[in-house]
Design a binder for this molecule. Structure first.
Ligand SMILES: Cc1ncc(COP(=O)(O)O)c(C=O)c1O
Length: 385
C-alpha cells in the first residue's frame, strides 16, 4: 500500500529483518572463505562484504532509503556533495565532452566546472534556467554528455522547470536537489535521469554528517559506482548513520523550517534596511507559480539584500547572538552567511554578477528555533541601517 511521504521517511531503506536503529558497520574490510570467494567478491558489482570503498551495509541502508524517497531504482552515497558532483562529471564525460550547466549554481560546483573540467578539456556552456528552452538550445549533438541544473539554486533560490528539463533526451539530465530535499520535490518523477544531494545539509539535518548521494536508474548508478569506486569519494558509515537518522525526522523538520522561513521572509520584506527578499514560496518570487507547482515546501533558505554594503553586513553580523555566522544550511540552528565572501568566494566577477551574488546579498538558513525569536534577533540586528 502506498503511504504518505512522512511515513516513507520513517520506513525508507528498511527491510523487515533489521533492527530499528541501524547498526554501524565500522569495518573497512571483510574476510572471505578463501581464494575463490575473494575473487568472486572482488569482481562483483557493489559486493556487500568485500571492502569498504566498494560497499558498506550502513552506507547501503542510507542509499536504499534515499532511493525509496526519490522513487529511484538505485542510489549511491559519497563522502560529500562535491564528491558526488565530481564523480558524476568524471564518470560520464571525457576530454572533449561538453556540459550544459545552469548559470546559477553552488560556488563549489562552478569552481569544479571552471577549474578541473576546463583543465581536462571538458567544455561548459552556461544558460539562464528561467528562459524556456535554454537548456536544449545549448546542446551540441554528439558532444553534450550532461545537463546540470540546481533547483532551487544556491544562493538566490531561482527555480528551474523540472518538467521541461525532464523532457530532454540525449544527454543525461542531472538535478542538484539539495535545497529542496527529497521531501519537497522528486526530480525523477519529471523524467530527470539523476538526482543528487549534498546530504550534509537538510537530509543529515544536524551538522554532523559530510555526505553526498545520487539516485536514478540502476544502470546509471552502476556505471557511476564503477567510476566512483576508483575516484574514492567514499561515504563514511558514521556519516551515513547520521544521514539515516536525519531522514527519519526530515518531514517534521522541513515543515517547521519552511513555515518559519516564510514568516521570516514576509517580515524581512517589510524591513526598511532590506532591499529585496528571495524565497520560493513568497508571492513576490519571480517564479512563484512554478515553485508552488513543483515544490511541496519552500525550504529552509531565505536570501535577502540589504542597503549599506559590506560595512552594514559586518555590523549586522556582529550583533547576532542566536543566529550563527556559518556557511552550511538545513540544520537545527539558524545560520547566516555572506555568499560573496564565503560560498562563492573567488569566482570571476562576471559570473557572480550574472548569478546576482551581490555585495549586499545575505543567505539565511532557518533552523528549528521559534520563528519569533529569529525575527526579533534579525530585526534588532538590522535596526540601525
Ligand atoms: C546546492 C549544493 N550542492 C552541492 C554542495 C556541495 O556539498 P558538500 O559541501 O556536501 O560537498 C553544496 C554545499 O553547500 C550545495 O549548496
Amino acid at each position: 500500500m502506498a503511504h504518505n511521504p512522512d511515513t516513507n521517511a520513517v520506513t525508507a531503506g528498511r527491510d523487515g529483518s533489521q533492527p530499528l536503529a541501524t547498526p554501524l558497520w565500522a569495518t573497512t574490510v571483510w574476510s572471505s572463505e578463501g581464494l575463490d570467494d575473494t575473487a568472486s567478491r572482488a569482481s562483483s558489482l557493489r559486493a556487500p562484504n568485500y571492502y569498504g570503498r566498494h560497499a558498506n551495509p550502513t552506507v547501503s541502508q542510507f542509499e536504499n532509503a534515499i532511493a525509496d524517497l526519490e522513487g529511484a531504482e538505485s542510489a549511491m552515497a559519497f563522502g560529500s556533495g562535491m564528491g558526488a558532483i565530481a564523480s558524476i562529471v568524471l564518470a560520464f564525460c571525457n576530454s572533449g565532452s561538453h556540459i550544459v550547466a545552469q548559470n546559477t549554481l553552488y560556488g563549489g560546483t562552478l569552481a569544479f566546472l571552471e577549474g578541473p573540467c576546463r583543465r581536462l578539456g571538458i567544455d561548459v556552456t552556461y544558460v539562464d534556467p528561467s528562459v524556456p528552452g535554454a537548456f536544449s538550445a545549448a546542446i551540441q549533438l554528439g558532444r553534450t554528455m550532461l545537463i546540470l541544473a540546481e533547483t532551487p539554486s544556491n544562493p538566490r533560490l531561482s527555480i528551474c522547470n523540472l518538467t521541461e528539463l525532464g523532457a530532454i533526451k540525449g544527454p543525461f539530465t542531472v538535478v542538484d536537489s539539495t535545497l529542496a530535499t527529497p521531501l519537497s520535490q522528486r526530480p525523477l518523477d519529471h523524467g530527470i535521469n539523476l538526482v543528487m544531494h549534498s546530504a550534509t545539509k537538510g537530509i543529515g539535518g544536524h551538522n554532523d554528517a559530510m555526505l553526498g548521494v545520487v539516485a536514478g536508474e540502476k544502470d546509471l548508478i552502476d556505471a557511476l559506482w564503477a567510476y566512483g569506486v576508483l575516484h574514492g569519494a567514499t561515504a563514511s558509515p558514521y556519516d551515513a548513520l547520521n544521514g539515516l537518522r536525519g531522514i527519519r525526522t526530515l518531514p517534521v523538520r522541513l515543515r517547521q523550517q519552511s513555515s518559519s522561513a516564510l514568516k521570516i521572509a514576509n517580515v524581512l520584506q517589510e524591513h526598511p534596511a532590506v532591499s529585496s527578499v528571495m524565497y520560493p514560496h513568497l508571492a513576490s518570487h519571480p517564479q512563484y507559480a512554478l515553485a508552488k507547482e513543483q515544490m511541496g515546501n519552500g525550504g529552509s533558505l531565505v536570501s535577502f539584500e540589504i542597503h549599506g554594503g559590506l560595512d552594514a553586513i559586518r555590523e549586522m553580523f556582529n550583533k547576532l547572538k542566536l543566529v550563527h555566522a556559518a556557511t552550511s544550511f538545513g540544520g537545527a540552528e539558524t545560520l547566516i552567511c555572506h555568499p560573496l565572501t564565503s560560498t562563492h568566494v573567488g569566482l570571476p566577477a562576471e559570473m557572480l554578477a550574472t548569478m546576482g551574488v551581490t555585495m549586499g546579498l545575505i543567505r539565511l538558513s532557518v533552523g528549528l528555533e521559534h520563528p519569533d525569536d529569529i525575527i526579533a534577533e534579525l530585526t534588532t540586528a538590522l535596526s540601525h541601517h
